[in-house]
Design a protein around this ligand. Structure first.
Ligand code: ACM
Length: 526
């Protein structure tokens, strides 16, 4: 009996399928990864082989990252006589972003049927490398055969730079980490109460006056992105397979804009002064359309997020606004909600005329914006009916519920700064284990879920360390929740892989929260 047991044990360990169970050190976890005997060695003489000119940017990204993460400068070549890392396009792989990797002693091949697929392969190889042994001048990576594709197309992060201006270098660094985790949508919240962060040539005061202040310091000198800097960041993101979507929030959250051009203000409330644009003034529509036209030129995504959230925080002055009374009479609008929808419909029409899509927060699920050109962001976790309304009306929807995807919420019960909701907060495990499927009424709704996004609001941010502390390591958990199907996810297995990534954060001087040793980094308070 003992012998049989021993035999079974030996058979178990020699079986390639059992070897395949060994967890591949990649986040997000690939669909299939089989470990093979042997290893591949990389040093500065290992060429990057590029078969098609369209893959050159990807090879360039790869070597930039090898320099950043491993201090190893590599060369791109068209041909090679020594073992190489080879980037290849092929028709054999199904799926827009799918990829395959073969790591063998004789070389590494990265394949996809599109540049996006090859990019994803490049990121996975980078992670194999960064999580491997570095001895002297050489890095040895185990042989693996990997086949992979994402669960969701839309894997996003939103950054609120209105309330805390982080600056170009920080944004680029966040884009680097997004790419490292195959996150591919960057939603840039550029306008709100605290500051207006995008240069508009026709209305220069938006940036020069509207750009003054942060949430915690209303006097802070103007900070904003010039159009040239925006182009640079959009290009930087594109080279990392990231689409950038700007948000110009309206008709609420317009405070910073109203400081610059008060003639378009619809007033506010005691708590939220000058919070809205004025839907009763026909010139407001022209003004905002000019702003959106310039914005659309800067963002080739052809998508503009128009906000549309929390208008009631500051729309009480609308009741006394003569222009709005006339508008209500003219269009038969019965209440301020209808005024809001009317306003959003006009502004959305301006965007559709630019051949771009409109993205809005879930308040607009109740309006009648056209389904084929509009994407709804479900953010109010306490209003699942709003998600259902969006889906029942047939809107493509991005899921970013406050719980667990608002990264300004704390991630540990003892953290003092940051939001909670009835005591609830957004732990690493909750970010990881989110089940979109459990929110749906039937399988047909699945096709309307574009993906998942986390939102980093900045009311509680006063330093770049705090940005890191809120993002890491939750960014890694977000990545796996968006990429890896629910049935393949295991939080404990994720934690094991994450430990290797914490080493990388340390080496890159990321001020991350360490869930395994919270004492490592004190919570940044200021
Ligand atoms: C939001 O959090 N106001 C979208």
């Amino acid at each position: 009996m003992k012998k049989v047991f021993l035999f079974l044990l030996v058979a178990l360990f020699c079986n390639p399928h059992i070897l395949a169970q060994e967890s591949v050190p990649i986040i997000p976890l690939p669909i299939e990864a089989e470990k093979k005997e042997g290893a591949f060695q990389i040093d500065i003489h290992t060429p990057l082989l590029v078969s098609s000119p369209i893959l050159k940017d990807i090879a360039h990204y790869f070597r930039t990252e090898m320099l950043r993460l491993k201090s190893m400068p590599l060369t791109i070549q068209k041909e090679a006589s020594v073992p190489a890392i080879s980037f290849e396009l092929t028709d054999d792989i199904q799926g827009e972003e799918a990829y395959e990797i073969g790591v063998e002693m004789e070389g590494v091949t990265l394949k996809g049927s599109t540049p996006e697929g090859v990019f994803n392969a490049a990121v996975s190889v980078l992670q194999l490398i960064t999580n491997s042994q570095h001895t002297g001048e050489k890095i040895q990576i185990d042989n693996w055969k990997i086949k992979d594709k994402p669960h969701y197309k839309w894997r996003g992060l939103m950054l609120d730079e209105s309330r805390f201006f982080m600056g170009k270098e920080k944004v680029k660094s966040i884009l680097d980490w997004m790419a490292f985790y195959k996150l591919n949508r960057f939603h840039w919240h550029l306008t709100d109460e605290s500051g207006w962060r995008i240069e508009i040539k026709k209305y220069p005061k938006l940036a020069l006056i509207g750009g003054i202040g942060n949430h915690n310091d209303p006097e802070k000198p103007a900070a904003y992105y010039t159009q040239k800097e925006i182009e640079e960041i959009v290009d930087y993101a594109a080279k990392r397979n990231i689409t950038v979507i700007p948000e110009i929030d309206m008709p609420g959250h317009a405070t910073a804009a109203n400081r610059a051009y008060p003639q378009y203000s619809g007033g506010g409330s005691e708590k939220y002064p000058e919070f809205t644009f004025d839907p009763g003034n026909p010139e407001t529509y022209t003004y905002l359309t000019h702003i959106l036209r310039e914005t659309n030129v800067l963002f080739p995504s052809n998508m503009i997020h128009l906000g549309g959230d929390e208008v009631s925080f500051g729309s009480e002055k609308w009741k006394e606004n003569e222009g709005i009374q006339q508008l209500m009479a003219k269009y038969g609008l019965e209440n301020l909600n209808e005024v809001e929808y009317h306003f959003m419909k006009q502004m959305a029409d301006s965007v559709y005329k630019m051949n771009a899509k409109v993205l809005v927060w879930d308040e607009l699920a109740a309006s009648d914006l056209p389904r084929d050109k509009t994407i709804i962001y479900w953010w109010r976790h306490d209003k699942p009916q709003q998600l259902q309304l969006a889906l029942e009306k047939g809107y493509q929807t991005v899921l970013c519920p406050r719980l667990p995807y608002y990264f300004d919420f704390v991630q540990d019960s003892v953290h003092r700064i940051g939001r909670k909701w009835d005591g609830g907060y957004n732990s690493l495990q909750d970010v990881y284990s989110f089940s979109a499927d459990s929110l749906l009424k039937n399988k047909d709704q699945l096709s309307l879920i574009k993906g998942i996004q986390a939102n980093l609001w900045a009311e509680t941010i006063t330093s770049l360390n705090r940005v890191d502390y809120l993002l890491f390591p939750r960014l890694a958990a977000l990545a796996e929740a968006t990429w890896t199907p629910e049935e393949n996810r295991s939080f404990t297995a994720f934690e094991d892989r994450l430990k290797l990534h914490l080493e990388l954060y340390r080496a890159q001087r990321v001020y991350f929260y360490n869930p395994f040793n919270p004492q490592e980094t004190p919570e940044p308070v200021f």
